[in-house]
Design a protein around this ligand. Structure first.
Ligand SMILES: C[S@@+](CC[C@H](N)C(=O)[O-])C[C@H]1O[C@@H](n2cnc3c(N)ncnc32)[C@H](O)[C@@H]1O
Length: 277
């Protein structure tokens, strides 16, 4: 197993927080990340890693997966990875892609295990969720707590509904700052997401996500008022018709009390009656 400090020394990098570079140097955390995926019988045929850094996690992934694809944006780190992992690359066990994870074409992976760049972690996660694959992802702790939050809690919001629409999400570990070099400003947490086929229908996913976003912009208002006030965000031409057709009891509640399945039911009414653009 490659030693994370040795990798840092050989790469000759310090980690630039402005470039979202916080390298994991705690062997125990690094060892556990692939284990979390194995714990849910994730298919390790082709593991994706986003933000490979100096390769400390990449090394572990190459030992458990049939094949790994690692994406990294930093050109110097890419050169280092290609040198350090020349054998794995030659064997076909590792593919290194230089590029921005927000733009590059993401291959057809079976599981993604990553210590994500925090500045873009939300956008990356929502590129991954629709692929419906098991994910083990490190986030800032506060972000992870919002992702897994239950209705009727202060953390529950648009992020929770959107993430839980795609997957059952749980925090499997919180990680202290000292596990990284350089240490980030805040604690981190590992989220394990098992994709699920929801037991409810969402006939227009893009509208569903927009509708949820709109309703949470007015989370203190009753849904009756939030639906009427946010047509410009959700794209509803006739929000009054939605309020009239929806369950009356639900209209007196607030967005933060609705489970994802209830948002979905309301979304179907909005699609049918609200004339969305
Ligand atoms: C938090 S570090 C994790 C590094 C390594 N996986 C580890 O655990 O030590 C995030 C890595 O993502 C890279 N990165 C930052 N933004 C990126 C982006 N938009 N696309 C791809 N990689 C990015 C950084 O250069 C950095 O190496």
């Amino acid at each position: 197993m490659r030693d994370p400090d040795g990798l840092l020394a050989r790469a000759g990098v310090r980690g630039d927080p402005n470039a979202d570079q916080h390298f994991l140097v705690d062997d125990r955390v690094l060892d556990r990340l692939p284990e979390y995926a194995i714990g849910i019988d994730a298919d390790l045929a082709h593991v994706l890693e986003i933000g490979a850094g100096t390769g400390a996690l990449t090394d572990r992934l190459c030992r458990v997966a049939d094949r790994v694809t690692a994406i990294e944006r930093d050109r110097d780190l890419i050169s280092f990875l290609r040198r350090e992992f020349a054998t794995e690359i030659e064997d076909g066990r590792l593919t290194v892609i230089e590029g921005d994870a927000l733009d590059v074409e993401i291959p057809d992976f079976t599981t993604c295990i990553s210590n994500l760049p925090y500045g873009v972690s939300s956008r990356i996660a929502f590129r991954l969720f629709p692929r419906k694959r098991p994910l083990v992802l490190m986030f800032q702790r506060e972000f992870a707590e919002r992702m897994v939050a239950d209705p009727d809690t202060p953390e529950y919001g648009r992020l929770s509904v959107s993430a839980q629409h795609y997957a059952d999400c749980e925090i499997v570990e919180t990680v202290p700052k000292e596990a990284f070099s350089p240490p980030p400003a805040v604690e981190s947490a590992v989220v394990r997401a098992r994709p699920r086929d929801p037991e409810y229908t969402v006939s227009d996913e893009a509208f569903f996500l927009r509708f949820v976003k709109a309703l949470f912009t007015q989370r203190r208002k009753t849904l009756r008022n939030a639906i009427r006030n946010t047509g410009h965000i959700s794209g509803l031409e006739d929000p009054d018709a939605v309020v009239e057709a929806a369950d009356e009891g639900m209209m007196g509640r607030r967005a933060g009390t609705l489970a994802p399945s209830e948002f979905a039911a309301l979304c179907e009414v909005a699609l049918e009656r609200g004339d969305p653009k």
